[in-house]
Design a binder for this molecule. Structure first.
Ligand code: NDP
Length: 337
């Protein structure tokens, strides 16, 4: 395959524009591994990139897509050989380096992991940056010393990609989990993921008192803003919030009281840097811990032609779970592969 299809974002005097284009191998950026991309996935950040709603793209033109999985076709990296099935998430993909919304990728082998068994490429993309970030949040809470016996765990933005995986992974680790969501009507979905309670997100929407009733031992927060301030005010003594997202705002106007009167900790989580050891450990835990049928229940597969529209709509908070993009390599999506 020399010519291939990609989504490209251009920014020039005429503005910011994303569209499908045909590209050639010579257009690719530097890298020691070439990959035929079989599946990608749509993350909130990809929505910001294609719409230009936030400056996540650091150079133009750019191929968005922070996640990709596929087959190695060329490698000058000692750990990979042609035919290997691999996965890459974040590491600057779709921001500073051409990303996964492309049928072909050239990237650093240091950003790649071999496909973690028993995950197929499509299921690895159903997990993707969202699942990995959720796992990083749980690892951060565990490093803090939190244990399921401490009490209830809350997850905000629970119907989203990160939120859905946070609910499922916390439940799998033995936590009782409260899903904080604007989609309380989808009770069946949250119960299937393992949530024991559903709480309306409107309870966290308005600024509240600095110290509120202690409801949660820990929380994974994907929303930020006022929601995070309220969450901090409802964490029990010595509890912690792993904060990774900002769909509700980047600003945090919080009071010190939870920190200095209840010993609450705010743990920042990012999944962008390679840290391949941590990534592989997280992949192994996810791959071995989550039932494939549950991963399928959290994800929908769409053709590449539909990816641009869906990426635009993720910033409106309208997507449930994960959207996996079939790049047209004809690998089976669900069972083999
Ligand atoms: P999604 O769009 O899939 O999910 C976000 C969810 O948040 C929505 O489904 C909705 O859930 C809820 N939501 C949306 N808008 C609002 C709002 N205005 N107020 C309150 N809740 C809202 O996004 P992702 O799961 O992909 O990402 C979530 C966040 O995590 C993003 O900010 C993203 O940038 C960040 N992120 C950070 C990473 C890192 O490295 N730190 C890595 C990956 C993601 P519901 O309907 O249940 O209320």
């Amino acid at each position: 395959m020399t010519d291939f299809k990609a989504i490209r974002i251009d920014k020039n005097d005429h503005g910011h524009h994303a569209d499908y284009v045909v590209m050639h191998e010579g257009d690719l950026m530097e890298g020691d591994v070439d990959v035929d991309v079989a599946f990608s996935a749509i993350n909130y950040k990809d929505g910001l990139a294609v719409t230009g709603k936030a400056p996540v793209v650091r150079r133009f033109p750019m191929i968005p897509g922070v996640d990709l999985a596929g087959r190695v076709t060329r490698s000058a990296h000692p750990e990979f050989a042609p035919g290997d099935m691999v996965v890459a998430t974040a590491c600057g993909l779709g921001e500073a380096h051409y990303g996964g919304f492309s049928q072909r990728a050239r990237l650093s082998g240091d950003w790649l992991a071999k496909l973690p068994p028993p995950l197929t490429p499509a299921r690895a993309m159903a997990v993707g940056t969202a699942g990995l970030t959720a796992m990083f949040c749980i690892i951060a809470l565990e490093r803090h010393g939190a244990r399921p016996s401490d009490g209830l765990a809350a997850v905000t933005g629970a119907a989203g990609g990160v939120g859905s995986f946070a609910v499922a992974l916390l439940a799998k680790a033995g936590w009782r989990v409260a899903a904080v969501t604007g989609r309380g009507a989808e009770a069946e979905y949250f119960t299937r993921l393992g949530a024991t309670e559903i709480i309306g997100r409107d309870e966290f929407d308005a600024p509240g008192r600095p110290l509120q009733k202690q409801r949660f031992a820990v929380a994974v927060d994907t929303v930020g803003g006022v929601t995070l301030a309220n969450l901090l005010a409802q964490i029990r003594i010595d509890g912690a919030v792993a904060a990774c997202g900002n769909v509700g705002g980047m600003e945090l106007k919080a009071n010190l009281a939870p920190f200095i009167l209840r010993g609450v900790s705010l743990l920042g989580v990012e999944s962008v840097r390679p840290r391949i050891g941590l990534r592989r450990a997280a992949w192994t835990r996810i791959a071995q811990g989550l039932d494939p049928a549950l991963i399928d229940a959290m994800s929908e597969i769409i053709p590449f032609d539909a990816a641009l529209d869906r990426a635009r709509s993720i910033v409106e908070g309208k997507i449930r779970g994960r959207i996996v993009v079939d790049m047209g390599l004809n690998l089976p999506a669900r069972d083999a592969g």
